[in-house]
Ligand binder design. Structure first.
Ligand code: ADP
Length: 306
């Protein structure tokens, strides 16, 4: 049995003149936890909507299970939460889930297991209307899991939650992934994707900017923060150096991104040889946030920032 659950081929969606998703190709493999990461409006929800058959694509295609199943058949093996959780307010958590099992035509045998997993078993007889937003979201996750899906799709699952609620949902997603469910999580929060996901697809204006391991996104060689007595001499030296990338002035210091891993000792020796007198020198790593921003702003190197 193949490991490929979903493939997108040049999938696009236009709303009038606006291209919400632009020729997006990607593959979702079993057993991984994918983050679909991008700022608000970058096309994440539209992408999920298309593969879940709630948004019609304009061009391109996608296939589930390598085309062995129709989308209709495949969606029975998928759990998705793409909107705010919607349940009957005056029915209990348990009654709501029993109803969902009937709608999904699956056995209600695993309801207890799912309610325990999302930590709502003790509140199973409380009406949905009495739940906090975090509890509602956890119930939605339990509802998405009742048919034991191969893939769980979540769109911004922590939006609007307080820090405790956010923590609980992230922990829950990690537990579900550890139990073997593949996950596709859309989020505009880099640290969420970094905490939860193994792989990431970065979108900006509907275009894919990066696809790969999460730690690939966050790995750079860092940058030098540097100043010298003779600024012009320093700048000429930096511009000529083959292992250095972008140069940017931040207050009184130059920030120079590194294309290779160069040690401070090695570099200061080179500067000494060139007769450059330094007044400030240190090596830094850009924050994750600034790396993500630089990825979505330009295809070139991370702009070093503190
Ligand atoms: P994200 O989920 O990353 O926030 P969306 O997929 O919701 O992004 O939106 C992508 C772009 O498509 C945005 O510019 C948004 O305004 C636009 N868009 C989304 N849905 C519609 C719609 N039904 N009609 C017109 N424009 C839409």
């Amino acid at each position: 049995m193949s490991n490929t659950l979903l493939q997108l081929y040049d999938l696009s969606k236009k709303y009038g003149n606006l291209t919400a998703v632009n020729k997006l190709s990607l593959t979702i493999e079993k057993g991984k936890v994918y983050g679909l990461l991008g700022p608000n409006g970058s096309g994440k929800s539209t992408t999920l909507g298309m593969v879940l058959n709630v948004v019609n694509s304009t061009s391109g295609s996608f296939q589930w299970y390598e085309g062995k199943l129709t989308t209709h058949q495949a969606l029975k093996k998928i759990g998705a939460i793409i909107e705010r959780p919607n349940f009957y307010p005056y029915m209990s958590a348990l009654q709501n889930l029993i109803l969902i099992c009937k709608i999904k035509q699956c056995s209600s045998d695993c309801i207890e297991e799912q309610l325990k997993l999302v930590n709502l078993w003790d509140r199973r007889n409380s009406n949905f209307s009495t739940f906090s937003l975090g509890m509602k979201q956890r119930l939605a996750i339990a509802a998405a899991l009742v048919n034991k899906p191969d893939l769980l799709i979540l769109d911004e699952p922590t939006n609007g939650l307080d820090p405790e609620g956010i923590h609980q949902i992230r922990k829950l997603i990690i537990t579900i992934a550890e139990q073997g469910t593949t996950i596709l999580l859309a989020s505009h929060l880099l640290d969420e994707v970094e905490k939860v996901c193994s792989d990431v697809i970065v979108l900006k204006n509907g275009v894919k900017f990066y696809e790969g391991a999460v730690n690939g996104l966050t790995q750079t060689h860092g940058y030098f923060e540097i100043a010298a007595e003779n600024e012009e001499q320093l700048l000429n030296f930096l511009k000529m150096h083959s292992d250095l990338g972008k140069i940017k002035k931040e207050n009184q210091y130059y920030h120079v991104s590194l294309e290779k891993n160069i040690s401070t000792t090695e570099f200061s020796k080179e500067l000494q040889k060139a007769g450059i007198l330094l007044t400030h020198f240190s090596k830094k790593q850009p924050s994750l946030e600034s790396q993500f921003l630089s990825l979505t702003q330009t295809k070139k190197h991370a702009t070093p920032e503190n």
